[in-house]
Design a protein around this ligand. Structure first.
Ligand code: FAD
Length: 459
């Protein structure tokens, strides 16, 4: 027998649950379907667990550096991976159960556990039950890409999900991929005490950033003993004698084989749209498997929307949540909102963190506009000097004619927070001179932003 709803939400990531609650609050009968753990990637295998590990790793790092600050720590440092994992589980568990009870306690909202598949543009099958609704919201997220290279089938490897289940310290973690997942895990495990090698096929890490950012991020990691292999393409995973695992590389420099105790595949994300029965819905995808959507996140099929990582328009928790806000505003608040209203912004949570907003220097140049740039190394920022954390730099890009801020990078202590003062100015579309003349609090990293804006030079 078919069960009728007003709306069906597939996936309980960073958009689906909040949309389900909003729709239910206006009296719609809503079904939300989750095949795994409520909260999706961010809560269970992404942002939240990794940031708890970043915090544990930071405390190990600061204990090692304690003497620099005049603090003596007697005895040997030992990282208790079981306790690290327990702390992570406690924090993610609270986030997950908070969401679970939100859904459970929402009137008009029914939670289904199981894998959802389209039967037709208005019908979904889950656990043998057929559900139908005139509105379907897809929020199925993504998973780690597993390439079909030789050796993958018979070599043990870890992903961002399975690495989080470890409660022992890898002796040597070989990470394939120098993107943000690989770099965060690389520094975390190095600080815990593992040997770490990061293998990247591009000539630099995080190659979508400006070169000065890639170079400084690499230097930060290498200063802590992370080994970085660039221009090295992993062409085969291998099992070696004595239980060692590793990668065979296509490279012109360095040894062609890297071995360690564990391999982490951090080679990007694949969209969870391949097993949704989309062919029965008529919903179109692009060549990478992302669902094609317009600026209000509507698919090509009326009555079906796609939100979060599966639409290829974001790739972060905040973009997925913003997708929810856009859909809710358009459908329920009669407030037209569009994906094009948002400004690119994200952080890389190595330590010190990288905060980014707007365009890179390379992209700013490519626009052909007259661009001004201001920058300053953290070694000339009082707050960074006081904290003994002078790695990194900040830079701001401004349109010389409109005076709008085009982009900003803060790689340094507090960069993940300080970036927001630039981001908010960008949303306000205020001329940079407003921020240049603002009085900021001393001593902070942010207090140097008005100073930088007073020293702009043509790019
Ligand atoms: C290691 C790591 C660290 C990260 N750190 C950050 C960070 O610091 N900040 C940040 O902003 N982003 C970070 N991200 C990215 C962020 O986690 C994702 O962008 C975000 O979680 C995407 O949310 P979503 O709503 O698209 O879907 P997801 O959170 O992926 O949720 C999708 C849900 O749909 C379910 N599902 C899939 N298919 C079906 C189906 N057919 N039937 C039923 N259910 C289904 C899945 O089980 C899942 O629960 C990180 C990602 C990783 C991997």
């Amino acid at each position: 027998m078919k069960k009728d709803f007003d709306a069906i939400v597939i996936g309980s990531g960073q958009a689906g649950p909040f949309l389900a609650v909003r729709l239910a609050a206006v009296g719609q009968r809503v079904a939300i379907i989750e095949r795994n753990r409520v909260g999706g990637t961010c809560v269970n295998t992404g942002c939240i667990p990794t940031k708890t590990l970043v915090a544990s790793a930071y405390s190990a790092h600061m204990v090692r550096r304690a003497a620099d600050f005049g603090v003596q720590v007697d005895g040997t440092l030992r990282v208790d991976m079981k306790r690290v994992k327990a702390r992570k589980n406690e924090i993610t568990g609270k986030a997950r159960s908070g969401l679970e009870s939100l859904l459970k306690n929402t009137p008009n909202c029914t939670v289904y556990r199981g894998h959802a598949r389209f039967e037709s543009p208005q019908e979904i099958i889950v656990g043998g039950e057929l559900l139908s609704a005139p509105q379907i919201f897809i929020n199925v997220g993504g998973r780690a890409t597993i390439p079909s290279m030789p050796g993958v089938a018979n070599t043990p490897y870890l992903t961002n999900s399975t690495l989080l289940d470890l409660d022992v310290l890898p002796r040597h973690l070989v990470i394939i991929g120098g993107g943000y997942v690989g770099l965060e895990f690389g520094q975390i495990f190095r600080r815990f005490g593992s040997e770490v090698t990061i293998i990247e096929m591009a000539p630099r890490l995080i190659a979508h950033e400006d070169e000065d950012v890639s170079v400084e991020v690499q230097a930060i990691l290498e200063r802590e003993g992370v080994q970085v292999r660039l221009n090295a393409t992993c062409i085969e995973l291998k099992k070696f004698r004595d239980g060692e695992v590793g990668a065979h590389l296509d490279c012109t420099e360095g040894v062609p084989e890297v071995t360690g105790s564990h391999v982490l595949l951090a080679m990007g994300r694949a969209s969870n749209t391949d097993d949704l029965g989309l062919e029965k819905s008529g919903v179109a995808r692009d060549g990478h498997g992302y669902i094609l959507v317009d600026n209000q996140l509507r698919t090509n099929v009326p009555g079906i929307w796609a939100l979060g990582d599966c639409n290829g328009r974001g790739g972060f928790t905040h973009t997925s949540y913003n997708d929810f806000e856009i859909v809710a505003a358009n459908l329920l608040d009669h407030e037209p909102r569009s994906v094009t209203d948002r400004i690119t912004a994200y952080n890389l949570y190595i330590d010190p963190p990288l905060g980014r907003a707007g365009v890179t220097e390379r992209a700013a140049r490519a626009t052909g506009r007259r661009v001004l740039k201001g920058s300053r190394p953290m070694s000339r920022v009082g707050r960074a000097i006081e904290k003994g954390e002078t790695q990194g730099f900040m830079k701001v890009l401004v349109d010389a004619d409109s005076k709008e801020i085009l982009g900003a990078t803060i790689l340094g202590p507090g960069g993940d927070e300080a970036i927001h003062c630039l981001l908010d100015m960008m949303y306000a579309r205020a001329p940079y001179t407003v921020l240049k003349n603002a009085m900021h609090i001393h001593p902070t990293v942010s207090e140097l932003i008005p100073t930088i804006l007073g020293e702009l030079q043509p790019l």
